[in-house]
Every structure is written in C-alpha cells, then in structure tokens.
Design a protein around this ligand. Sequence first.
Ligand code: SF4
Length: 331
Amino acid sequence: MSKKIVLSGTRPTGNIHLGNYFGAIENWVKLQEDDQYECHFFIADWHALTTGYDETEVLRKNTLGLLADILASGVNPDKANVFLQSDLKAHAELYLLLGMNTPLSWLERCPTYKDMMANIKDKDIATYGFLGYPALMASDILIYRANYVPVGEDQIPHLEISREMARRFNFLYNSEVLVEPQPLLTKSKVLPGTDGRKMSKSYGNTIALADTPDEVKKKVMSMITDPARIRKDDPGHPDICTVFAFHKVFNEDKVEDIETQCKGGCIGCVACKRMLQEKMSEFHTPIYDKRTELLSHEDSLIDVLREGAKIASAKAEETMEEVRKAVRIGF
Ligand code: SF4
C-alpha cells in the first residue's frame, strides 16, 4: 500500500517557543516515525512576507534558526523531507493559477484575515499578498497532492479553503489533478506563557528553544503562581498556577503528588519551581546544545534544504505538468 502524504509548514518569524514545540513540532517527530505516512515539512518563507514584507533583513537568520530548532527537536531529514518554500518556484506558479479563479469573497471571509485586519494596527497589512495568502497555502498543499495536513480543531476552516480551491479547479478544468486534503486532527499539550496567558511572542511571555539554560531558569523562577498564596503553609490552588500547568507537561509522574502537597500547604512555591526547573532543563538543554551545534555549521543546514528541495521539486513538477495541461496553458 502506498504511503499517505502528510504536509505541514511553519513560518520563519522567530525562534520556536515551547508553545510551538508542543503545538506542532512534537507531532511532526511522531508522524515521521509512522510507517503509513510520507512526511514533507517546509519552512514557509514566502508566508513570512505576507505580514513581514518590510522586515526581510531578519529572514535568513530566522530561517536558519527555525531549521536548527526543528532538527534539534528530532525532525530527521532521513525520515521526513525538509525544504524551504521559496526553493520551489512551482508553488508560486500554482498560486498564480489558483488566484485566477479564486472568488474574492472566499479570501475576504477567511477568519484569520478578518481577525488580523481588525487587530493589527502597527503595520499595514492591507496588501494583495496578505489577502491572497490562503491561495498560497492551498498551492503549498495541493502541489504535493497531500492526503493529510496536521491541524488543530481551530485550523479546520483554513484547510477547508484549500479543499474548496481543489474542487473548483477540478470542476472548472474538468480534471482530477488536484486532491482534496483531509485534516489530520492532532491533540497537543497546551502550555500557557510564563504569565499564565496564551504563550505568544506578542505578550513577551515565551520560553524559546533558543533561550540559554540560564534564561530558562530565570523565566521559570519568575513564573506567576497562585497569587493568594503568601506563606508556605497557605493552602494553594494548583489549577490557577502557571507552574503547575508546566508540571503537567514536564513532570507527569509527580503531578498528583505536587497537587496534594500544594493544596495541603506542604510545599513552598520556590521549591516547586526548582523541581520544575530541573525537569525542564533535562528537556531543554540537550535541544539547546544541539541547535547551537547545528547553527555553527550553516553550510550543512543549507544542504539539508537543498536536498529537500530536490525531492520536493520532482513531486511538484509532476503535478504542475498535469495542472498546465488541464488549464491548457503553454505548449
Ligand atoms: S506550590 Fe507549586 S503548584 Fe502550588 S501554587 Fe506554588 S508553584 Fe503553584
């Protein structure tokens, strides 16, 4: 039986934080180990331009940093194809062709478009590129005839636009060239930011894989705990404590014990944070060391992308030949 194609990408807009790691990358590592899937993971540098078209000076550094993060986290180029979107010019060709027949209303009603247009005030994103990003996303997926795209519940509407574009293309050109991708629903561990809100770069509450072990330690020791707890023997409320939310992910075996001790006022928050910090260091330091090592050999990192592009290019070109034929463009 042929393997099902899985495709997923991530934008090089800064270093991966633990929210990204548990939200996506941890799952990539699992998928690459699953024999039923052929995995293609890409760095979506053109997508970074849809909102950061005026900040390209950071693109190279962000791309290499992201690649180092991904590989240090366990994504293995021998098991999954890893490539850079802009190395595959065919994505842009399919994006152009999809753009010709995509109704404007589909793009304008996209939830992220509406949400970001309403909320981003510090830069002008009222551009053609930003409006059209769902078509670029669709071309990334459809060009590999991906069967599955790993998504969380909230991202299903995004994938639906790609499915609609595939259907419309096949209908208009009386073809079966494009494949409608299915969502591969993933349940991921959710970590709050160090201040208890959603972990997000814009809140300044992240812990990044690129943070030094010392920075991670400082961030853990300054995490928000149960604010009602003043003295060590005050009964605590772990359910509202950020440190406890982290224990659930990094210290699973001890969670029940910590909960009992906290509620009974038998453990102080400083000791509790120290326990967490030790566990997090076991997870984070090896990844940090590996990414540092990888970044000291930029040429080898770029080679990974070049090799990945070769594999992706063969697949993309196969689809594009059929796409051009279906559209009746060129000779
Ligand atoms: S003891 Fe631990 S779980 Fe309880 S409030 Fe303090 S840091 Fe949070």
